[in-house]
Structures are given as structure tokens and as C-alpha cells.
Design a protein around this ligand. Structure first.
Ligand code: ATP
Length: 302
């Protein structure tokens, strides 16, 4: 049963680029303390939705209410200060900075002075910088990155850079995390670890999470509620087990909704991963509806 307090309420988003209707009357809510999934075929408009929520894109119509405040016209940094933390599909880390420096850079969204002023030790920043460094170390420990805290992100494997991206989102002190494909490119072990991390973020740190994800077992395992987007419109919503049986959802995925099949680097390496595809070749067995993962797959992590 869903809790009642909406942390995020999105009403009637309309987003167009020229003649392309990217989002069409999209409404959704995310209740406090829940992990909510946003899924849909490639090109359905999921990342564009995140961009509208965080102020990167300005939709032509619609409203975004966050924690009771209408943030529809606020710039990205103001939304971040109110508690919207975000990770990026193509990573938000700066490769030339170390893990600690990246996390501290993210923290400066809430300091009232720039990261550069902090690095230069300008007046009034020194004490605060010391606090930030201590907080950054805690966050880095929390994500198990302490051994590589002083390494430049560019030299790290993809999974570690992804974890650093999540650490950066947490460093902004969010109420809500918007995660764009957190499992993409992760090894099976890392994807299993992510299940635990997401639950811990919700249960221990009391964070609310809205997550775009193609990794089906992960969605089925951790999401309390799921929205399905297709061609910019909400196709359906519900708990994961309802969604997996929904005839329109099955039709959308099997009907070749929006794009060519995606080739995901993790496919070959990860046989526990079931990647949602926009379309499939005739005769190919459907990967949708969601099926419980094989024994030892992500479901085994519960
Ligand atoms: N800045 C932009 N200018 C023009 N078109 C855009 C822009 N951003 C997104 N689009 C288009 O909007 C549509 C939805 O893209 P979006 O990236 O939101 O989909 P998605 O569901 O996140 O897809 P994927 O799962 O592949 O990441 C696509 O047709 C895309 O080309």
C-alpha cells in the first residue's frame, strides 16, 4: 500500500523539441520513503523527464512540486539545494579530479561559496572546508571507496566511477535521489551490491528514490512502485508484479515501440541481467513481462 505524503508531484508535463513531442501530459507522484522506478523503451522520454524535474529542460507546460514547493521555474542549483540529488546516465564525475575532490565539488552546492574559494582557502572557508572533508570521507567510506579516495576518477573502472557519481549525489545532502540507469555497465556482483545500497539509502538514510532503469531484476527487486513511459506518455503504473502482467506494457515492449534493439555491453558478461529492449526480432523470446531472475540472480540478493 502506498504511503500518502508526496515528496514529488509532477502534473501534466508537456515537452516538445520542434515537431517532436517528447513528453505528453506526463503526471506522476513519488511518495516519501519509496523507491520508484521509471521504465520504458529506448527513446520513451525517461531522461527528458529527469531533465524537466531537475531544471535542465524547461517544459512548455506542466508543474513540478517538490516537498510542497512549486519548483517548475527554479534553476537547477536551487532545486538541488531544496534536496533533489541526481546521477547521470553518462556519469557526472570529472575524470581529472580524485574521488574526494569530486565528492567535495558536489558538496559545494550547499556551502554558499564556490569550490574554488574552498580550494584556495579564502577567508571564511577554512573551517567549513575541514568539515566538508570529514563529511566527504564518511560518504566515501559509506560507498566503500576509501581505498581509491585519492585516485583520479579517469583512471578508475566504470563501476567505481558510477559509485562515485552516486556518492556525489549523496554529498549534495538530498531528500530525494534521481538515479539515471544506476546499474548500466555494472558487473553482476556490482549490480547485486546496488540492490543492497538502494535499500540502505531508503531504510537507513530515509531517502526517497526515483530511478530510471533497464535492469529488470533490479527494478522488480527494489522498487515499491513503477511508472511505465511509452512515446512520452504514461502507459501505466503500479507495483512491479502488477506491471509485469500488464497487457499494454507487454505489447509496448514486444511491439517495437521506439527504437532499434539496444546492445548493452553488460549483456554478454551478465547473464543475470535482463535488459528491456525497445523492440525484438520476430521469434526472439520475450524478455518482458518481468520474470523472476534465475536462482543466484539479482533476486537472490534479497
Ligand atoms: N535536447 C534535445 N533535443 C532534441 N531532441 C531531444 C532532446 N533531448 C531528448 N530528445 C529526444 O527526445 C526523445 C526521448 O529521449 P530520452 O533520452 O528522454 O529517452 P529515454 O527514454 O531516456 O531513452 P534511453 O532509454 O535510450 O535513454 C528522443 O527522441 C530524443 O532524441
Amino acid at each position: 500500500m502506498r504511503k500518502k505524503r508526496h515528496l514529488l508531484k509532477v502534473d501534466g508535463l508537456q515537452l516538445r523539441f520542434g515537431g517532436l513531442q517528447v513528453l505528453d501530459d506526463l503526471s506522476l507522484t513519488v511518495d516519501e520513503g519509496q523507491i520508484v522506478g521509471l521504465i520504458g523503451p529506448n527513446g520513451a522520454g525517461k531522461t527528458s523527464c529527469f531533465n524537466c524535474l531537475t531544471g535542465i529542460y524547461q517544459p512548455q507546460d506542466g508543474r513540478v512540486l517538490f516537498d510542497g514547493t512549486d519548483v517548475s521555474r527554479l534553476p537547477t542549483h536551487r532545486r538541488a539545494r531544496l534536496g533533489m540529488g541526481r546521477t547521470w546516465q553518462n556519469l557526472g564525475v570529472i575524470d581529472s579530479l580524485t574521488v574526494t575532490e569530486n565528492v567535495m565539488l558536489a558538496q559545494h552546492q550547499r556551502t554558499g561559496y564556490s569550490a574554488l574559494a574552498g580550494m584556495l582557502g579564502l577567508a571564511g572557508t577554512w573551517l567549513r572546508e575541514r568539515e566538508l572533508r570529514r563529511d566527504a570521507a564518511e560518504i566515501i567510506d559509506y560507498f566503500g571507496l576509501e581505498d581509491i579516495a585519492d585516485e583520479r576518477c579517469g583512471s578508475l573502472p566504470y563501476g567505481k566511477r558510477k559509485t562515485c557519481d552516486m556518492a556525489m549525489a549523496l554529498a549534495t545532502d538530498p531528500k530525494m535521489l534521481l538515479l539515471d540507469e544506476p546499474a548500466s555497465g555494472l558487473s553482476p556482483e556490482e549490480a547485486l551490491g546496488l540492490v543492497e545500497t538502494l535499500r540502505e539509502l531508503r531504510d537507513r538514510l530515509k531517502l526517497t528514490i526515483l530511478m530510471i532503469e533497464h535492469h529488470v531484476p533490479l527494478v522488480a527487486e527494489v522498487c515499491d512502485y513503477v511508472y511505465v513511459l511509452n512515446f512520452g506518455k504514461l502507459l501505466t503504473e503500479g507495483e512491479p508484479d502488477e506491471i509485469q502482467r500488464h497487457p499494454e506494457v507487454i505489447a509496448a515492449y514486444l511491439g517495437g515501440a521506439a527504437a532499434e534493439p539496444e546492445v548493452n555491453e553488460t549483456d554478454e558478461a551478465d547473464d543475470t541481467t535482463q535488459v528491456l529492449r525497445a523492440s525484438q526480432s520476430p521469434g526472439e523470446p520475450p524478455e518482458w513481462p518481468l520474470q523472476p531472475a534465475a536462482e543466484g540472480g539479482a533476486h537472490g540478493a534479497a
